[in-house]
Design a protein around this ligand. Structure first.
Ligand SMILES: [Zn+2]
Ligand SMILES: [Zn+2]
Length: 702
């Protein structure tokens, strides 16, 4: 999921003018009216005099102060080793034979703790220096706080020593190498103090804070300050401005680093530039975020990473009198993760994601609560943490779930989310119909994930890890997803479109289609969710007969037929494009509907289960097999329905009671649009779905 680049009308006009007049790259037009920054006496980046006074008055200040001083003392007792030269690529500080992280015998000689091999080559030595640079950054900030709380100049003197050393070194660093030490195309991403500018951006914020906190100490001379501001902060700013990364999260960190530099150097022009340039603060809020507030790079990890940088930048700006936190899109970005989570707070692992829950945003939400005093953020920051709830919202606060219970279409992300019920009985199904997701996207158009009975059933495996071949051979195949393949091949990267999204009092429904995932074929999926069941109709319309495979992968211990059947035939459903990872296959030839259970425990008949009613009458082959879950050791049973046809329609109704007794009967007619009759113990549903609308008539059982 990703969203198309959007340029505001104003920007498009400016852009057009620039092209017409041959000016070339015009500066991006500021979206908001900008306020001139004011530069109060330091500190003004890490904190302000007013914030420090409030901290000192707080009840727990003695503890905060003692912790900061203890950390500062540790760094005085064992000062960091200062790097002589730029920092190399961090992943080179590992043994090529066994992957173990190396240990330093001294700056020039390193050893593998596993196999004992010695390393003295430039790559390893430079990678070690990279670690020293990171340690120096952490030390400068830590010592800065020790000085701020204690007023003792020896901490400031140590910060001065670190920063002056690096300012003396910086002009000697090579200009912009790539991570292999080369000057090729990728050197544009390179930095000078590190091999990527991203590391310089993140690191310079710590240095700037250490400087900001200590620069008023007599440990600093005017000449030292001039040197550091010019040759460390000034030259780093040049590095960060050399290559603009436009809408991506690296640029967000460049912006945060640049604003930190602008703050300590009292550089009003640089402040304006960071806020108003193309790829700058306002431009990224417009173009890197969807209207749904989700970051465009398609995973929660990137959303979070960009958000961290934005909060750094916003805090730096606020301390210069710029109300950057008032931007509505920043607030939407803070809210957005809540909308994209399951009822248990876990995110489906869409695209190159890892499994994770909303707690990764707790720090950002605490910031948002303190900034906006919006109770939703306080509740979100204190989610599943009663002590935090009391600390933030007061002793009288009661827990209110910050997670949504209503269905929602996240249009720019291309996610239709149907929700039913609340509390422990809450259900959610996510339909991914939107943009592919760039380099981190998966060929998963019309994939669904399903949460019910307090757990995830239908999963997307996410990225596994980048370091295993299955990242490509499994995660990035269509066969690993709960959607359809044609001719056993993965889909092309594609963007689908939503046909309708409908929320009624007793159900919600949506439909989406995509005609570019396979040439000459249209895929279309309809979903209708009630608290009792999920109806799922998948239509395929092609121009010639092909093998059509429908997939359901679940987190479960077992998968098997509900009706007693023979053991099936051990035939593999395929050999490549993800199919090679499907183990223990069984195949049945079935005509006329069947039922299958994914069960949490194979041995216990009363264990929670997801029952699938395959309701249509078309003859088909059914495979049960085992794929990969969230890591290579996790098995995820998989059901495949296979047909050879030009057009077909798979109708599945999922019983989400968790017990397998939530449905009495499911009947589908082979007509168009498809009427579906679903009988639960309480009611009979007559459902008609078409490309444009859904109708559902409910008759209560007498
Ligand atoms: Zn080794
Ligand atoms: Zn995926």
């Amino acid at each position: 999921m990703n969203h198309p680049r959007k340029i505001t009308a104003l920007a498009r006009i400016v852009w057009g003018l620039a092209v017409c007049t041959g000016v070339g790259f015009a500066p991006f037009a500021a979206v908001a009216a900008d306020v001139t920054p004011v530069f109060p006496p330091p500190p003004r980046l890490a904190t302000t005099a007013a914030e420090l006074a409030a901290l000192r008055a707080a009840l727990d200040f003695p503890r905060t102060r003692a912790a900061a001083i203890a950390a500062g003392e540790a760094l005085l007792a064992k000062p960091v080793e200062l790097p002589a030269g730029y920092g190399g690529w961090v992943f080179y500080y590992a043994c090529p034979a066994d992957g173990a992280t190396l240990r330093a015998n001294n700056a020039k000689e390193h050893q593998c703790p596993k196999c004992g091999k010695h390393f003295t080559d430039d790559k390893v030595v430079a990678a070690y220096r990279g670690q020293l640079h990171h340690a120096a950054e952490r030390a400068a900030e830590t010592l800065g706080w020790a000085f701020a709380y204690s007023g003792e100049d020896r901490y400031a003197a140590e910060v001065r020593g670190i920063l002056v050393h690096l300012a003396r070194e910086y002009p000697s660093y090579p200009s912009r190498l790539d991570r292999w030490g080369m000057r090729g195309f990728l050197a544009r991403w390179g930095g000078r103090r590190y091999v990527q500018s991203l590391d310089e951006a993140v690191g310079i914020i710590r240095f700037a804070k250490g400087y900001d906190l200590t620069r008023t100490s007599p440990a600093w001379t005017a000449a030292d300050r001039e040197l550091v501001e010019r040759d460390l902060f000034g030259l780093t700013a040049e590095t960060l401005l050399a290559f603009n990364q436009d809408t991506i999260n690296h640029q967000t960190w460049y912006n945060a680093g640049l604003l930190a530099i602008a703050s300590v150097r009292a550089d009003a022009a640089l402040v304006q530039k960071v806020l108003t340039m193309r790829g700058g603060f306002h431009d990224q809020l417009q173009r890197s975020l969807g209207a749904d507030g989700l970051w465009h790079e398609g995973t929660m990890a990137y959303h979070n990473y960009a958000l961290q940088a934005l909060l750094e930048l916003v805090d730096a700006g606020r301390r210069l009198g710029l109300p950057l936190h008032d931007e509505p899109r920043l607030r939407a970005m803070l809210r957005a993760p809540l909308a994209a989570a399951y009822p248990n707070g876990v995110f489906p692992a869409i695209n190159d994601s890892d499994p994770g829950d909303i707690r990764q945003f707790a720090g950002a939400w605490e910031w948002a609560w303190k900034t906006y005093r919006e109770p939703l953020f306080g509740q979100a920051a204190a989610w599943k943490n009663p002590a935090k709830l009391t600390a933030l919202l007061g002793p009288a606060a009661t827990e209110i779930s910050p997670l949504p219970t209503l269905s929602e279409n996240l249009a720019d992300a291309g996610l239709a989310i149907l929700r039913a019920g609340s509390g422990p009985g809450a259900t959610a199904v996510f339909l991914d119909y939107g943009p592919h997701g760039g380099g981190h996207g998966h060929p998963d158009k019309l994939n669904i994930t399903l949460f019910a009975n307090g757990r995830e059933w239908l999963l997307d495996p996410g990225r596994l890890t980048y370091s295993v071949p299955e990242h490509k051979s499994w995660s990035k195949t269509t066969a690993a997803h709960n959607t359809v393949t044609l001719a056993g091949q993965s889909q092309h990267p594609a963007t689908g479109k939503l046909l309708f999204f409908h929320v009624a009092t007793n159900f919600s429904a949506c439909a989406a289609e995509c005609d570019t995932a396979y040439s000459g074929a249209t895929l279309r999926r309809f979903l209708l969710l009630t608290p009792q069941f999920l109806a799922d109709i998948f239509e395929v319309e092609a121009t010639r007969p092909r093998q059509i495979d429908w997939f359901a992968h679940a987190l479960a211990a077992s998968l098997g037929p509900v009706e007693s059947r023979d053991d099936g035939v051990p035939v593999a459903p395929g050999n490549d494009d993800g199919y090679q990872h499907l183990k223990d296959p069984r195949r049945w030839q079935i005509t006329g509907g069947s039922r299958w259970d994914f069960a949490e425990d194979a041995k216990k008949p009363d264990a929670p289960r997801l029952r699938l009613w395959l309701a249509d009458r078309a003859p088909e082959e059914i495979f049960t097999t085992t794929g990969i879950g969230y890591h290579l050791g996790q098995k995820a049973p998989c059901l495949i329905r296979r047909r050879h046809d030009t057009r077909t329609r798979f109708i599945v109704v999922y019983d989400i009671s968790g017990r397998g007794d939530g449905l009495r009967q499911v009947a589908a007619a082979e007509t168009d649009p498809a009427p579906l009759k679903i009988t639960t113990p309480e009611a009979t549903w007559d459902i008609t779905l078409s490309r444009t609308a859904v109708r559902a008539n409910v008759t209560r059982q007498p």
